[in-house]
Design a protein around this ligand. Structure first.
Ligand code: FAD
Length: 483
């Protein structure tokens, strides 16, 4: 017996054209990239997958869904890690994919701004800036797939936050389709505009729960004339912090990256991606990747970068906060070191499922937090392995717990994940941290959030959601659990 035709599908086809709507009976191979999350933890079922190609089409889709009372899940590159951009299993949610909204609208070199559509892939945006001799300083390991809309919806972080801030700090303006289909054009390229509430900041980090971002104006920087990297083996977390303080003093604002990598994280890279050959990991419990960017005259910049990094390494070896170090001599070597760091999530995924925690802490509390959490985990789950890495300069750790070697990862998680999460997050809270540094809340952490977030902050968030999306149609159940 066939199922009754869904009138919403015809309405969506009228909005965007039939080739850009997938019905639920489309081949699995076509639906799966939209319905399954990047980590493969959830395969949902969409009522339809719709791919608008312009802001006007997004608005038409939103109006059609509002008329039908259908919830919408916005999706960009589907690289999110908290199950915010994939449909649930009800088959009632419409997945709105923004990837056809991928035009660069304007690059204003004198104003140092790039205006582009939300479905532009981050790497394409970086390239557009580079083609004009400029720099978009937002960089994530997922940059080949994630989109600008997704970056802003999650307020993405990445490896340049230390110097340039999160995605929020790079955004000067937004264009948004509201839940009733109205379009707010806030695409100013202004650095100063005190004309009332700054709506842009409401939408950034709202994970698709308040509006659909369709375009943005981003701040650019003059391209650094030279960048250099050093890879340093450190004897302890305390030493890593001392090295960070030294690097901040010696390199000043040129310090553009300070990444921490635990021994097991690098062991997994060596094991699963052997051609990458990470250095120094066998001798030291942690390695640190330091990046320096110089904007001096190009002919002097490379030599200046190398001299300043050498001086830093010498001082750190003398002061005992570094055990050994490798200095990249060329840009290609520096890129190879970054590639190792960026491949940690991939190596970890190849090892099997794990309990991920994207946490932030006051930098000064990191050694005490790690000592306490490690002791609690060892006591509760002997043999569980800690894969610890992250953006130390921002106080952001990816503190992931992997099953004991040789154990069944899925069974281990089924049995222990809730306990591990509570143990880690309670410890984060005791040390004044946050349970989500840069990945967001999605559905993965929505039920956990009330335990750790200030009750008044949550009440205000609910009021904002109610005011902007009274029907509750945009990404329901993400960030805030359904009332
Ligand atoms: P999606 O995954 O498609 O969506 C993410 C969320 O944003 C969902 O809630 C979705 O509904 C919403 N959304 C997407 N587009 C829009 C839109 N146009 N309007 C409104 N809402 C929208 N994140 C970091 O912050 N730092 C990192 O260093 C980092 N490294 C990563 C490395 C790897 C290997 C992977 C797989 C992920 C990493 N991430 C990182 C997470 C992820 O890449 C970021 O969250 C990214 O910003 C998501 O962009 P996306 O286009 O893939 O969004």
């Amino acid at each position: 017996m066939g199922t009754a035709p869904d009138p919403l599908l015809d309405a969506l086809r009228a909005c965007v054209g039939a080739p850009h709507v997938l019905a639920p009976d489309a081949p699995t191979a076509e639906l799966e990239p939209y319905e399954r999350d990047w980590r493969g933890r959830q395969r949902g079922r969409a009522r339809a997958v719709v791919r608008p190609g312009s802001t006007a089409e997004v608005a038409a889709v939103v109006r059609a869904c509002a008329a039908a009372g259908a919830a919408i899940v916005p999706q960009g590159g589907n690289t999110g890690l908290v199950l915010g951009g994939v449909p649930d299993s009800s088959g009632t949610e419409v997945l709105l994919c923004t990837r056809r909204l991928n035009r660069i609208r304007a690059l204003d070199a004198a104003n140092l701004t790039l205006t582009l559509e939300a479905g532009c892939v981050l790497q394409t945006a970086q390239q557009a800036a580079a083609n004009a001799g400029l720099w978009l300083p937002l960089s994530l390991a997922s940059e080949g797939s994630c989109t600008i809309g997704g970056n802003l919806a999650t307020n993405a972080g990445g490896t340049q936050v230390l110097r340039f801030g999160n995605a929020r700090d790079l955004c000067l303006g937004l264009e948004v389709v509201c839940p009733d289909g109205a379009i707010w054009n806030g695409l100013g390229g202004l650095r100063k505009d005190n004309t009332g509430y700054d709506l842009r900041h409401l939408y950034i980090g709202s994970e698709g729960t308040l509006g659909i971002l369709t375009a943005a104006t981003l701040k650019l920087q003059p391209q650094a004339a030279a960048q250099g990297c050093a890879w340093v083996g450190v004897p302890s977390l305390e030493a890593a912090l001392a090295l960070l303080a030294l690097a901040q003093r010696q390199l000043g604002p040129g310090l553009s990256g300070f990444e921490l990598m635990g021994q097991l994280a690098l062991q997994l890279v060596a094991q699963h991606l052997p051609t990458l050959r990470p250095p120094l990991w066998q001798q030291w419990p942690y390695c640190v990747l330091i990046e320096l960017s110089e904007s001096a005259a190009p002919e002097q910049a490379h030599a200046l970068v190398q001299t300043r990094l050498q001086a830093l390494l010498q001082a750190s070896l003398e002061q005992g906060c570094a055990g050994d170090a490798v200095l990249a001599e060329t840009l290609a070597q520096a890129q190879r070191l970054w590639h190792i760091r960026e491949c940690i999530p991939l190596a970890q995924a190849q090892e099997g499922l794990n309990a991920k925690h994207d946490i932030s802490l006051p930098i000064s509390r990191i050694p005490a937090f790690c000592a306490e959490a490690e002791a609690l985990l060892a006591q509760a789950l002997p043999g569980a392995r800690l894969v610890n890495f992250g953006h130390l300069g921002d106080g952001n750790l990816h503190y992931n717990v992997q099953c004991p070697a040789g154990a069944d990862a899925a069974a281990f998680l089924r049995q222990h994940e809730a306990h591990i999460n509570a143990l880690v997050f309670d410890c984060v809270q005791r040390h004044g941290g946050s349970i989500s540094a840069e990945h967001g809340i999605g559905t993965l952490r929505a039920a956990t959030l009330p335990r750790y977030k200030d009750a008044q902050a949550l009440a205000l968030m609910r009021q904002i959601k109610q005011a902007l999306d009274p029907q509750g149609l945009l990404n329901p159940g993400r960030v805030l659990v359904r009332a």
